[in-house]
Design a protein around this ligand. Sequence first.
Ligand SMILES: O=C([O-])C(=O)C[C@H](O)[C@@H](O)C(=O)[O-]
Ligand SMILES: [Mg+2]
Length: 447
Amino acid sequence: MSDTPVITQMRVIPVAGHDSMLLNIGGAHNCYFTRVLVVLTDSLGHTGVGESPGSTTVLNYLQAAIPQVEGQELKRLNSLVTALYTAKTRDAFSEVSDTIHVPQVNPEKHYNAVAAIEAAMLDLLGQFLDLPVAELLGPGKQRDQVPVLGYLFYIADRTKTDMDYLPGSRGGHDWYHLRHQAAMDIDSVVRLAEAAQDLYGFKDFKLKGGVHRGEYEIETVKALAHRFPQARITVDPNACWSLEEAIALGNQIKHLVPYIEDPCGAEHGFSGRETLAEFRRATNIPVATNMIANDWRQLRHALEMNAIDIPLADPHFWTMKNAVAVAQLCDEWGLTMGCHSNNHFDVSLAMITHLGAAAPGERVTPFDTHWLWQDGQRLTREPFKIVDGNIRLPDKPGLGIELDMEQVEKSHQLYQRIPNKDRNDAVGMQYLIKDWRFNGKRPTLLR
Ligand SMILES: O=C([O-])C(=O)C[C@H](O)[C@@H](O)C(=O)[O-]
Ligand SMILES: [Mg+2]
């Protein structure tokens, strides 16, 4: 067997960036978000990089994995990733997963860490083979352009807090100002969508719901659909509507939306998979999820019950290779593939782009990305761009990105300074509503 490069060093670098006061069922986004970079060096001197959500658990897991990764040959990628998934290691690092404040995304789960290691190894392997990562995944590269949607949020008024939210500045594109200002009503959200579309050319939009009462969010969807008649608009209340409410609300917009994301969840002794199956049967509206089909076992139950049409296979939850396997399964079984997102930097932007480029078939729905909220805070020299609602895959080996270590260092320094390293959207929310506490069954503002 011939040799492949050996991983000589693994660095784990926690980083932080700025965010707007975006509302969701978990509360209000903090003024800072955190991520972790995995930076691998190989014996040829190449650098490979991956990004994961920034919980302390994931950080600890990555640091503990260093001895398992250093010294490995790149050709052992598959067996190394499998070993990192072993139950023994997993159990040691997922103890706190029940305490998370944003239950819809599981940022503390170990698989986020494994995914970042896999991405960095794929990056190195691609550079060694002189191939883009998309060529190393599943069926290989299927497309050069990956469509993404405009991910809209209601935005709370940051001036009601003493947190370090950025004020935004006038003089550049409107989007860069508006994304920092309160947008609590329908008109403001439509205005946000207009600015985002003007800058990024989005063809489609998703509204993060679970904030106002459901009726108001449906009115917002209608207003967006009226303003952008060609767009595919959807809404994601993160399962906070009851089944009954979800059916009533869904029926109002069934002619306007291509799908609804996690309209309802577990209630009255029924699981989220059961209520989503009932929702689908009652409304005939396709269902997307990032809440009840995030691993093979969950996906199997969701499909057996006919609960979903669109698994949003986030490569950070699944790893890039497994997310492409989900895409292949969708293609073969007549499902639609999509991709969930959290706040992220430009390394994750590259990861989702290669995933989208390798997803086979026509039924790939535009991917979620939070990049529009972070655009301008780069860690790589040339972040991929969203143009006409698409991200173009560069003609470069590996992930096709190069870290800018000065930017990484600044972002790491910011991480060191901030008090809250783990996501907790209740903190900001408590400035708006005294003693606010998470309740997955009540829209954020209804207290
Ligand atoms: O589709 C989703 O459920 C998400 O994007 C989850 C995220 O946590 C989103 O709610 C957010 O960023 O607030
Ligand atoms: Mg969702």
